[in-house]
Design a binder for this molecule. Structure first.
Ligand SMILES: *Cc1c(COP(=O)(O)O)cnc(C)c1O
Length: 346
């Protein structure tokens, strides 16, 4: 740290991303990326932008906003696009938490980090023993709620009825749907009825574009105006030309999206059976990962030994979940490598 840093940032503990090794012979099941590359159409669309990179991108990214509105059956006024959904979440913490924030004790690790960064008081609400969220625990809270649905790293999803319970009181509810395409129900369909709802989405998981950095928010026109107020005071060109083109092409290529996500859901189903037979218990994950705890072998040991065998999974040294590993659903052959190494370890 330099002596020039503002003391307010001295004790921030930055988010720790999953390891991104230099590729090679590693089986990488640690950061919930899509194991399938972007489709040929997306790759071509990105190529098509290279010759225009001397120009700034369109600041409102109209083409992409329109494509997202069309996809979700809403109006362009209800859509905001961001440099990864993390940026949209950051803007929410910065500008949409006048009464503080509230979120679960076990959830996306960026919520507490942004909360610190933007000096937002946060109330941490413990999940039940089985990691389910009880909407009643949020009764009477005036804070802005951040709900990852499905949740990370547990994979557990709330029903729309449970989300509606949270929306009854007059406070902003931000539903982070990073993993929604792998089997949960999207809250976008509740938008007409709840002005206090914002849904955050990303292209990093089901759309195979983690490296392009593209996310979005869907909400009332007024809330979208609030996000634009922050964006145009910070970085009007937050989504670059290649990423805008990639996003539009990815939304058009519906068949490829379906195919990849169906493959992941099918491999998840098989993987849960195999892990169960090996002595793991797993949560009922609706995401592109499983969250698994072994009856005999501690999770940290599994994580370390898998790493020695060139298989990367995620382990969190955090109370309540430190006997679990989070394993991203890879391709069939990646999962076969995982299972054979796991058999060796167990
Ligand atoms: C992966 C993830 C995100 C996505 O972040 P991007 O910035 O869009 O890559 C957001 N929320 C949760 C809960 C996630 O797991």
């Amino acid at each position: 740290m330099s002596k020039y840093i503002d003391p307010r940032y001295k004790d921030i503990k930055p988010y720790t991303p999953g390891e991104q090794p230099k590729a090679g012979s590693l089986t990488k099941l640690n950061t919930n990326e899509n194991p399938y590359p972007p489709s040929a159409a997306v790759q071509q669309a990105v190529q098509g932008q290279v010759s225009t990179l001397h120009r700034y991108p369109p600041p409102a990214a109209e083409e992409l906003v329109n494509a997202l509105a069309h996809q979700h059956g809403i109006q362009p006024e209800n859509v905001f696009v961001s440099n990864g959904s993390d940026e949209a979440l950051a803007f929410c913490f910065q500008a949409l938490c006048p009464n503080g924030a509230a979120f679960a004790d076990i959830t996306y690790g960026f919520y507490p980090v942004y909360s610190k960064l933007y000096h937002v008081n946060s109330k941490i609400i413990p999940l039940r023993q089985d990691f389910t969220l009880n909407p009643e625990d949020y009764t009477g809270l005036a804070q802005t709620l951040f709900i990852a649905n499905p949740n990370a790293p547990t994979g557990l999803a709330l029903s729309l009825a449970q989300l509606e319970d949270l929306l009854q009181e007059d406070r902003l509810v931000i539903v982070d749907e990073a993993y929604v395409d792998f089997g949960a129900q999207s809250a976008v369909q509740l938008l007409d009825r709840y002005k206090n709802l914002m849904v955050i989405g990303t292209f990093s998981k089901s759309h195979s574009l983690a490296g392009a950095r593209l996310g979005y928010a869907i909400a009332s026109q007024e809330l979208i105006e609030d996000l634009n107020r922050i964006k145009f005071s910070f970085n009007p060109y937050n989504v670059n030309r290649m990423t805008i083109a990639a996003g539009v092409a990815a939304l058009q290529d519906k068949a490829y999206h379906e195919q990849c996500k169906n493959a992941t859901m099918e491999i998840r189903r098989q993987s849960l059976d195999i892990l169960h037979n090996m002595g793991f218990s797993c949560t009922n994950s609706m995401a592109n990962f499983v969250f698994a705890s072994h009856k005999n072998v501690p999770a940290e040991e599994i994580y370390v030994k898998l790493k020695q065998r060139n298989v990367l999974v995620r382990w969190f040294a955090q109370p309540r979940i430190d006997n679990y590993v989070r394993i991203t659903i890879g391709t069939q052959s990646e999962m076969n490598i995982l299972f054979s190494e796991l058999r060796g370890i167990l």
